[in-house]
Design a protein around this ligand. Sequence first.
Ligand SMILES: CC(C)(COP(=O)(O)OP(=O)(O)OC[C@H]1O[C@@H](n2cnc3c(N)ncnc32)[C@H](O)[C@@H]1OP(=O)(O)O)[C@@H](O)C(=O)NCCC(=O)NCCS
Length: 158
Amino acid sequence: MALWAGGTFRWPLSGAELHEYLDRSRRPDSPMRVYRVVSAETGDWIGHLDLCPSVRNDGSGQIGRVLIGDPRLRGRGIGRRMMAQVLDVAFFELGLWRVELHVAKANPRARRCYRSLGFRRVRGMTLERMVGEAKYPTIRMALDRETWQKRRPQVVTS
Ligand SMILES: CC(C)(COP(=O)(O)OP(=O)(O)OC[C@H]1O[C@@H](n2cnc3c(N)ncnc32)[C@H](O)[C@@H]1OP(=O)(O)O)[C@@H](O)C(=O)NCCC(=O)NCCS
């Protein structure tokens, strides 16, 4: 869970904590948009992520809590496709110019997924996220609108 959501939630994840997170995102003053991904075939809820434009209103935003819930569905390009849809919202609907995210160093699949979308590591620092007693070195990655405009055709057709 720490690799997924850092310190956002406590283990074991409770329904109450999830509701609190969703309620917070629904407040009129919350910039956060929470997305769920539903299978077109089965109607099942298979994925989740959120997008939060910066409260500084500087044209940047952050994607977080990216998840394909069922491990059997991972590694099939679903994460990449759901990220692509939210990047379209970020850059073309909300007009952001830069999107960032944090990913644990020890999460190679997520890092590959983000790299394949055009995200690149922001050099300069590695954050060490503390979750309980454990430390998770975390990399910051960023993607700008111009790069996404160039990368997008490859992503949506692959
Ligand atoms: C991280 C996560 C959301 C990625 O979603 P996913 O559906 O598994 O990822 P994708 O299949 O879209 O992409 C990841 C893999 O496909 C590759 N890939 C898929 N399509 C590709 C393409 N057209 N071109 C290049 N690479 C591609 C990625 O490079 C990567 O390689 P791998 O399968 O060998 O590991 C998912 O694995 C997950 O939920 N993990 C657990 C929670 C988590 O770690 N969340 C991230 C928090 S930062």
